[in-house]
Write a protein of this length. Structure first.
Length: 125
């Protein structure tokens, strides 16, 4: 069977420079060595992302409940929450334990994409 070697999520953003700064400076991503006009390639550990500038697209924020983007599992959700909050992330919900065995918080990007950041805290009861 063929193996998937890497995956990248792709997001349409209104302002590429602003969104690239946000993922880099607030969420702690690094810019990859790939370069293409109108695109930013970023990563943080095993998560890879492409941002494409689409000034005329409907902003994610306008899609309301359909603006969910990704669910990330981290090794220390409370520390990451504190880091990104201190750097100016818009936090929609603070870390809380969920009945399904995760501790999670939600943030919103400048383009309105929502991200859920979680940590495993055991099995659901």
């Amino acid at each position: 069977m063929t193996s998937i070697l890497r995956a990248r999520s792709v997001l349409a953003v209104q302002d590429l420079a602003r969104s690239t700064r946000y993922y880099r400076d607030v969420l702690g991503f690094v810019e990859d060595s790939i370069s293409a006009p109108g695109w930013s390639f970023l990563s943080r550990e095993q998560f890879h992302l492409m941002l494409g500038e689409c000034r005329d697209e409907v902003p994610a924020e306008a899609t309301g409940n359909h603006s969910w983007f990704v669910h990330l599992l981290v090794d220390d959700v409370d520390t990451y929450h504190q880091e990104v909050r201190t750097r100016g992330a818009e936090i929609l919900s603070s870390p809380a334990n969920r009945s399904y065995g995760l501790r999670e918080f939600v943030l919103r990007t400048p383009d309105g994409h929502r991200l859920v950041i979680g940590q495993s805290i055991g099995t659901a009861g």
